[in-house]
Design a protein. Structure first.
Length: 166
């Protein structure tokens, strides 16, 4: 059987080459196209995922910036000498905005609210009373902002190196 096949191939060598070489070429071309398309789709999927993470990161960064600015402005009303922040509409607006920007489920939310309300309690007091509430408020705000900044960096790192931190 093998001898007959060998003889047939030898006698029809031109026909075999004419048929099998194009078929083999077509097979390798199709396999190469499939592999290239698959790689391109995976790359596009990763790019879309990265773009989505970066979009969220931009929103998160803007949120962190807004929260920091509102905390700083609120604090400035709370410690301003010879003023009564309870008579300032912006003092209440800023306090409410900070509460709305924060997640009520955040582990520091309740403590932040307490520190903000402490500024109300000492609003008619002297400079020493006002400043006594400043350090704890600023320290907590720094802790919150640092935690959120670290989370933002981690999200970006995951997007840049998806397999590293999963």
């Amino acid at each position: 059987m093998i001898d007959q096949l060998s003889q047939w191939i030898e006698s029809h060598q031109l026909l075999v080459i004419s048929i099998f070489v194009p078929l083999l070429s077509a097979f390798f071309a199709a396999a190469s196209s499939w592999y290239t398309a698959r790689k391109a789709l995976k790359k596009e999927h990763l790019k879309m995922k990265f773009d989505g993470v970066m979009k969220i990161a931009n929103y998160r960064q803007a949120w962190i910036n807004t929260l920091r600015d509102e905390m700083a402005e609120f604090q400035s009303y709370g410690v301003l000498p010879d003023s009564d922040p309870t008579r300032e509409r912006d003092f209440y607006r800023l306090g409410t905005k900070i509460e709305l920007l924060m997640n009520p489920g955040d582990p520091d939310y309740e403590e932040l609210q307490n520190y903000m309300y402490n500024f109300l309690l000492v609003s008619d007091g002297g400079v020493i009373d006002k400043y006594s509430k400043n350090a704890e408020f600023v320290e907590l705000c720094q802790k919150i902002l640092k935690r959120e900044w670290d989370r933002l960096k981690l999200d970006i790192e995951k997007a840049v190196n998806p397999g590293v931190l999963n």
